[in-house]
Design a protein around this ligand. Structure first.
Ligand code: SF4
Length: 116
């Protein structure tokens, strides 16, 4: 895999036993080893999507999670996001769904929307 923690893009080789990483080689700093272990043992991703709105000046509100969530939870999170409807004006950075799915991350508005 390629480390994406900095622009150097070190090519990493890993040896693992199932889902547990035994060795990582090819990294130029310790962040590469941490990245490889995280990516194999418990990958995380930031969810970015859009929510339906009602009574606001755009039909969709772009949102993202306030921090990465487990990659395996993305389908469930996308399904839950499709059920949400934003009905109040928001500003960029406002929390629209606190502790989304109990994952410890909030869903946050990425732009401002006003009432119609
Ligand atoms: S291993 Fe270190 S130097 Fe190499 S890409 Fe990752 S962060 Fe950058």
């Amino acid at each position: 895999m390629t480390c994406i923690e900095c622009p150097q893009g070190c090519r990493l080789e890993t040896e693992s036993d199932g889902a547990v990483v035994i060795t990582v080689t090819g990294q130029k700093c310790k962040r590469g080893g941490l990245y490889a272990r995280q990516e194999i043992e418990a990958p995380l991703r930031t969810l970015t999507t859009s929510l339906l709105t009602r009574g606001l000046d755009l039909k969709m509100l772009p949102v993202r999670t306030s921090k990465p969530i487990p990659k395996a939870k993305l389908p469930e999170a996308m399904a839950a996001a499709r059920l949400l409807v934003v009905t109040s004006p928001v500003r960029a950075g406002d929390v629209v769904a606190p502790d989304f799915l109990g994952l410890g991350a909030d869903l946050v508005a990425c732009r401002e929307l006003e009432e119609l």
